[in-house]
Write a protein of this length. Structure first.
Length: 135
């Protein structure tokens, strides 16, 4: 696991890749999640990431992970802020990734992701450091 997260990071935001890793029972993801919960950190999952990862039916691992997280809804203010971030990187970076970055910046959290490149582009667009933890 590679990390560029700032020491001042107070929490975690999981992107779709983190959810998919948990559903696939990735040991590193589950260890990271367990450590977060032990430290009293309740990771945040933007609702759009649930849309991308949830396929219906039996997804017990993903359901278990989500039970330990806060799923954050998307309102107009957050959507506008994410749109501004995305404007700086063009259409190659998805809207859901922009909401992940917006959340991380707003709540001063690191992002657990399988998509470092897009998060780094959003970080550059924001002109703010986003802690990035590869999964």
């Amino acid at each position: 696991m590679t990390s560029s997260s700032p020491k001042a990071s107070l929490g975690l935001v999981y992107d779709t890749g983190a959810l998919i890793a948990a559903e696939g029972n990735d040991r590193r993801m589950w260890a990271l999640h367990a450590r977060a919960l032990q430290r009293g950190v309740r990771p945040i999952v933007p609702a759009g990431c649930v849309v991308e990862a949830w396929r219906g039916g039996r997804q017990p691992s993903l359901g278990r992970l989500l039970a330990g997280c806060e799923t954050e809804t998307l309102n107009e203010d957050r959507a506008r802020a994410a749109g501004i971030l995305r404007r700086g990187v063009g259409v190659s970076v998805g809207a859901i990734d922009a909401t992940v970055a917006e959340t991380a910046i707003r709540v001063r959290a690191a992002v657990v992701t399988s998509d470092r490149v897009d998060l780094e582009q959003l970080e550059e667009s924001a002109r703010r450091r986003i802690g990035i933890i590869d999964i």
